[in-house]
Design a protein around this ligand. Sequence first.
Ligand code: DGL
Length: 273
Amino acid sequence: MSDPRPIGVFDSGMGGLTVLRALGQRLPRETFVYLGDTARLPYGTKSAETVRAYALQATRLLIAEGVKMVVIACNTASAVALEPLAEALAPVPVIGVIEPGARAAVAATRNRRIAVIATEGTVKGEAYPRAIHALKGEMSVVQRPCQVFVALAEEGWTESSVTTEAAQRYLGSLFEGAAAPDTIVLGCTHFPVLAAAIRQAIGADVAVVDSAETTAAAVAEALEAKGMSNETGRASSMRFFATDSPERFARVGAIFLGRPIDLADVELIDLRS
Ligand code: DGL
């Protein structure tokens, strides 16, 4: 059986396009509807209650679009709102980015020390340490909020000296000494595009877990297990909703999606009405 309905992907803004990019590569027969709540970005500095309310409004719109599954690409929303969203959107399955990232980190570490970099909201929500410890108790997890990375990524300063300096300040000391973690989780949608600067700060030997890649793998597995794959689709297609400036979405979004976005494919919506 083949299920041609689209997959819904939700993020606070454009960063989740790193997850969509990985999904498109992994699932070339599926179609996608992406919603970026750009009017209310960032989520990473907001309270858990506010993020939950915003995420619920946004994902209800995806359900109204007839999606077969919802991927919460935003780490902050996954960290503080996954359970209420899964309950509210049932029976449509909801997949977040935390669990797949935690699983990959546990598989990658050799010395049982894992670093997680994320927004303030994700760090405060403690969802990564919880998910990692649920998989394996005896893990040491150190978290570091790297809020400035979000702005640097949106500015397109992926390899600028400012970004290298910021990465050094945030991460340099974390990876010094015998007790340093050997694995780092990029626990924010924006961080995969800064991978080169992050790598320079942490050295060549630390394993990097990109939650975009691991989430795409988890979605592929879930589609297969639930018999929901689109077996007959010819080519992956993508439509976009943004809650503010489609022009900025198309321009900045291209950094995260890794290819140009046609402005005609981006629709402005108002979630408040
Ligand atoms: N999408 C957010 C995340 O992955 C980063 C941007 C924001 O703070 O809204 O945590």
